[in-house]
Design a protein around this ligand. Structure first.
Ligand code: SF4
Ligand code: SF4
Length: 284
């Protein structure tokens, strides 16, 4: 029987006792976030770092089996990149299916920019994927055009304001559908000074109206060779004050560890043995 309280990201009480693993099966991306350098992992849910190994679904299953042997506290399997899970939908869905068959009690989680998750929500629900994170940075297309270089949807490229419009439309529709199916939804917002930092409260208010369960405000990590490389990372005091504002609308996540797309272990305490198992799985 699944115990939904054992998700360390959604339940602070579980983050010292329950571990999660990210399976890096999704290398492609369908948007260009201006805070991201694709030489690294997806920044929406991950800290920039060395590029992850990328696994095929079968390799990912072997990895989870081996990991569970050394990490009995593993309760969550998530897919968070290193690109977007639904720009690699076939691999993502196959991996989730394999893990569910082998570990029916494992909590399943995905983290996406929300652009292309829509057609897969019913199947995610059937697979009992209980927790979904959508990165949504603004409700204003004129702001989104500063954050996204381009968006690729249905084999068409979108730029400028229309990129923001198509992304936002799909994100909102996806979140509403997930909530209508009673899935637990977290929204991540990257706080970008001078770009969307004045809109975070507006995002909190609107997503709370949509029934979103939790909001994770992530300070911009200025990455080299990106349009935002010269911006300053918001201070922890500033982020704390922002979370207090968010709290008037919906619960803020205060223990985010900015996990990598191949993170494994307790939040903030990634396991070195897991990294070894991951690189072995990539050679299978
Ligand atoms: Fe990078 Fe993730 Fe944005 Fe894709 S969705 S561009 S991988 S931060
Ligand atoms: Fe899910 Fe994000 Fe937590 Fe990973 S870090 S398990 S994707 S909520």
């Amino acid at each position: 029987m699944k115990d939904f309280t054992k998700h360390p990201c959604f339940n602070k009480g579980a983050h010292h006792t329950n571990a999660r693993v990210h399976l890096p099966v999704a290398p492609q991306c369908n948007v260009k976030c201006n805070y991201c350098n694709r030489k690294f992992d997806c920044v929406n849910e991950s800290r920039p770092g060395v590029t992850s190994n990328v696994l095929q679904p079968e390799q990912a299953l072997e990895y989870v089996k081996n990991l569970k042997n050394i990490m009995p506290e593993l309760t969550v399997v998530g897919i968070a990149g290193p690109g977007d899970p639904f720009a690699n939908a076939e691999k993502t869905m196959k991996t989730l299916r394999l893990v569910k068959e082998e570990f029916p009690d494992m909590l399943l989680c995905v983290s996406t920019n929300g652009l292309n998750v829509g057609p897969y929500i019913d199947e995610l629900k059937e697979l009992d994927v209980s927790h979904v994170t959508v990165t949504l940075n603004s409700f204003r297309p004129e702001t989104l055009e500063k954050i996204y270089g381009w968006v690729r949807y249905d084999k068409r490229g979108y730029f400028g304001k229309s990129a923001g419009e198509v992304l936002l439309e799909k994100q909102v529709a996806a979140i509403k559908k997930m909530k209508s199916l009673d899935m637990v939804v977290k929204v991540n917002s990257i706080v970008i000074p001078g770009v969307n930092d004045n809109e975070i409260e507006e995002v909190a208010e609107k997503i709370a109206e949509m029934g979103v369960d939790l909001m994770n405000t992530i300070p911009l990590f200025p990455v080299k060779d990106t349009p935002f490389e010269d911006l300053t990372e918001p201070s922890s005091e500033w982020m704390k004050a922002l979370r207090q504002k968010v709290e008037t609308y919906l619960p803020p996540m205060s223990h985010c560890a900015r996990c990598r797309a191949d993170a494994a272990g307790l939040l903030g305490k990634d396991s070195a043995e897991a990294a070894q198992l991951l690189s072995e799985a990539a050679k299978l």
